[in-house]
Design a protein around this ligand. Structure first.
Ligand SMILES: *[C@@H]1O[C@H](CO)[C@@H](O)[C@H](O)[C@H]1NC(C)=O
Ligand SMILES: *[C@@H]1O[C@H](CO)[C@@H](O)[C@H](O)[C@H]1NC(C)=O
Ligand SMILES: *[C@@H]1O[C@H](CO)[C@@H](O)[C@H](O)[C@H]1NC(C)=O
Ligand SMILES: *[C@@H]1O[C@H](CO)[C@@H](O)[C@H](O)[C@H]1NC(C)=O
Ligand SMILES: *[C@@H]1O[C@H](CO)[C@@H](O)[C@H](O)[C@H]1NC(C)=O
Length: 382
């Protein structure tokens, strides 16, 4: 992987975010817990963050450290149940902005977020969660370096799978939804994590904030994206509203991409647009959904942001294998940079309009929650 020393963090910043005193009076039964001994403050009440940045692996967290806008390394809080590799949550000294790293994949993501929401160190009832990670991207919809905001998150590989060589070439894919016998039929066995929908009104505000950023790009990325046949791929980085796919399997190639695009459409009744691909977001959303049901978090305060680091399939004339292992799409560093560039606008936007807008919440006008309707309401995706 490229070195992070090439990332310039001395970017022009927002004005430093205005600090307020950490809230200590919290209704309910939250037990105060002292910060770990890394800290030098006398805080005893729960930390009540306004924004919690959720990263998945180290490169994504690195871009939020040593920046001029805020310093989440002022307080380290060791949280039981976090990843052995990333045992601490990190917060600004006033507790307004926090950040963690889940570790990669669905299991790490679910375990870390479930541990977070149950930890009495935090009061997360009014916290905005900003998932900030890099991702693969569907070249029909967007390009490398783009910052993508999901309304739907689909667990695309939650299906039966045959190796295509074992079931015959008359099948278009070896993935078959649960409970049925052919690809493309709506599943009859539902686990509950197939699809989540988040607050679209909040997503629109996040997109507006992110569009203030001047996104980064690289000449390598420009050269590689020019090879694709889709306009969305060959145009430079932008901020895009399009949906997310979660799979533990790190897949690549046109056939799986097509299969998972079809599943996204199927499970959202044609409403979702298969766009970003990553390994954690459905897991994070399930943990947050259960916490919302227990009134520990507010499910209308979640932003699913992914910056595109690579394409989910090769351009014409390059094999899937060659594309995946031997070509450099050039999107890795710009995508990391853009997580920060867009992320700081969103954090600054939320804190800047806290009293007037974000404190009381952004009321959703769409259905939010899971496929079961666990938080109330009826899913609008079938
Ligand atoms: C918090 O942890 C980071 C490393 O993860 C370290 O650089 C920083 O100094 C720590 N902060 C405090 C206040 O100890
Ligand atoms: C593929 O062919 C097999 C054997 O003829 C048949 O049983 C199966 O239903 C076919 N599958 C599809 C998706 O058409
Ligand atoms: C992207 O960021 C790199 C590293 O800071 C910088 O050298 C480059 O000029 C930036 N490119 C654009 C298009 O902003
Ligand atoms: C996706 O759906 C289209 C349209 O029904 C179909 O032609 C294509 O074969 C499907 N892709 C896969 C991989 O099954
Ligand atoms: C699914 O979409 C179809 C076509 O747009 C529509 O007629 C139907 O009512 C939708 N079903 C649900 C449950 O949303």
């Amino acid at each position: 992987m490229p070195s992070f020393t090439t990332l310039s963090r001395a970017l022009l910043g927002l004005p430093l975010l205005a600090g307020t005193v950490l809230t200590t009076a919290v209704p309910g039964k939250l037990q105060p817990r002292h910060y770990s001994n890394h800290t030098n403050s006398s805080n005893v009440g729960p930390i009540k963050p306004k924004v919690f940045i959720i990263n998945l692996f180290s490169p994504e967290s690195a871009v939020f450290y040593n920046i001029p806008e805020f310093n989440v390394l002022e307080h380290n809080i060791t949280v039981p149940g976090f990843s052995p590799k990333f045992p601490d949550a990190h917060c600004t000294s006033n507790g307004e902005i926090c950040q963690l790293v889940t570790g990669e994949g669905e299991i790490n993501a679910a375990a870390t977020i479930s541990s977070l929401v149950l930890d009495k160190t935090f009061d997360l009832t009014t916290t905005y969660f900003l998932i900030a990670g890099i991702a693969g991207v569907n070249p029909e919809v967007a390009t490398t370096g783009s910052v993508l905001f999901a309304r739907f998150e689909v667990q695309v590989a939650l299906q039966y799978e045959f190796d295509i060589r074992d079931i015959g070439s008359n099948f278009s894919t070896g993935y078959i939804p649960y409970g049925v016998k052919v690809p493309g039929e709506y599943p009859t066995a539902i686990y509950g994590t197939e699809v989540f929908e988040v607050n679209d009104a909040l997503r629109s505000l996040a997109i507006a904030f992110a569009k203030r950023a001047h996104l980064n790009d690289s000449t390598t990325a420009q050269e590689y994206r020019a090879k694709y046949a889709f306009t969305a791929a060959t145009t430079g980085p932008s901020v895009v509203a399009c949906d997310g796919a979660t799979s533990d399997v790190y897949y690549s190639g046109p056939i799986l991409s097509s299969a998972f695009a079809n599943f996204t459409s199927l499970i959202t009744n044609g409403t979702g647009t298969y766009c970003s691909t990553a390994q954690e977001d459905s897991a994070i959303l399930e943990s947050l959904l259960r916490a919302a049901k227990a009134r520990l978090v507010d499910f209308s305060r979640i932003i699913v942001m992914r910056a595109a680091s690579n394409f989910d399939r090769p351009p014409p004339s390059i094999s899937a294998y060659d594309h995946f292992f031997y070509r450099t799409s050039g999107g890795f560093l710009p995508s990391l940079m853009n997580l920060y560039l867009a992320g700081r606008e969103i954090v600054g936007g939320i804190l800047g309009q806290w009293e007037g807008a974000f404190a009381k919440g952004i009321p959703p006008t769409n259905y939010i929650g899971d496929i079961f309707g666990s938080l109330g309401g009826v899913p609008d995706f079938g």
